[in-house]
Design a protein around this ligand. Sequence first.
Ligand SMILES: Cc1ncc(COP(=O)(O)O)c(C=O)c1O
Length: 528
Amino acid sequence: MKNGAKRDAKAAARAAARAQAVPSHPLLAGPRGQASGARDGVAAGRAPVDPADLAVVEPVRPAIARSAKARAKAKARRGARRMPVEKVIRESGRWLDIIARKTRLTASQKQRIIKETVRSFSTYFNTGFLAYRKSVAEAEQYASVEWTGEGTLIEDIAGRQYIDCLGGFGIYSAGIRHPRIVEAVKNQLERMPMSSQELLDPLRGALAELLGEIAPGNLQKCFFINNGTDAIEGAMKLARLHTEKSGFISTIRGFHGKSYGSLSLMGKAEYRIAFEPLLQDVYFVEFGDADEVEWQLRKARDVGLEIAAVVAEPVQGEAGAIVPPDDYWPRLRAICDEYDVLLIADEVQTGMGRTGKMFGVDHWNVVPDIMCLGKALGGGVMPLSAFVSTPEIWKVLEKNPFLHSSTFGGNPLACAAGIAAIHVTLAEDLPGQAAEKGEYFLHGLREIQARYGDVVTDVRGKGLLIGIEFANTEFGYSVAAGLFRRGVLLAGTLINAKTLRIEPALFIPKEQIDEVLNRLDDTLKSLT
Ligand SMILES: Cc1ncc(COP(=O)(O)O)c(C=O)c1O
């Protein structure tokens, strides 16, 4: 992109301003005049949340005396439909035509979809998200609306192409729309999309067997659900049932999901504070420090606290691709055995080849007691997650199998995708490719770090879970924005851009890695 470099100076200034407020986008104004841009919360590139800001006290308003007429009017308004039913039918039909359309959209149709998408996000979804998206804040004339993708490339509705180094935060290990995975889901769709919940669904059994066969050591029995957080919830319940203990040890900056149990394991204040009190028996230790885990367990034993399990990611993902020392996981295994607590590996992001082995723990030949999977397990086509454990631990779920159940978990479409994802991951040696491409990428990034050492403070990772750390959040955001304008997608953590994460498809061609490195170099040149 020729003009990218020139625009970066302006972009850097904009990033600094964004630390205070996200500029409103012309397309953000909704039909009912909603203001655009989030005022609260923190967008990528802005300073981290100050916990004190999360407890803003609303000013006390004088009570408004309402007349009976005003009350009746308000009541009528609440009950009124904004869109008549006929219009809802017409609108949904129009969208069905758009979904079904095989021919190219006209320019005005594209413009209409862009406008409508921004408006509906703002009016019916969550205006706040628009402020976080570079696709709105950095897309210049009009927002970048996702339209199609294939392999490592994403195209927006206006035809702008992006090399996808974000991978949907780790779901696209097999790339976007891998033909074998799409075909499996389409074929299953034609036969039986969801389970009857009474007849035995064969794909659930088949996927369970395949997963049991590729899982480390004696991990063999599993349960399927939809999100990473569901897998963690199941693992926590299983650990509590099996050990009859309630406590957990988790890691600072660890990320395990945002439902109540998994959020209780969250090692980041900014996501927890608004929902406290969470589960009380959770103790946090520094990631990568096995001594601290041992110390916590010794303390717990001495004072009589009951610990069910230690939970950690093999490589911390959302924290910014933090790789632990090589003796960390083997020591965790030995310590958990010594203190008779379970070891839970959260492989939601690291599993399915991402770090250069099928599972992150395989780097250290460690077999956890429970392993959680998600993201890439559904092949980037269907939501699918799982927790896997040993037959012995699983017994507590077998007496009453309805103790833990899910309507959509392990549905036939998701299982078809999971079977295809395992097939593709092994047949195309995606873990091996991740190891090789990851080395190549890291080598190129280290060369860049050597040239821009004053702003690029660290480059790290394992396989294709890579982090680049910058001097500060604002600079990191400017780099992400500069790359966005040069047609490369990558991201910081959810709310902080000091470290940018690179998680492309595991087969990303070396020429594309070179292209990303060139565009990164160009971006850094323009910003320094
Ligand atoms: C390691 C890890 N565990 C759990 C989760 C939660 O997964 P989900 O967002 O699918 O609930 C994530 C999400 O990023 C993750 O990275």
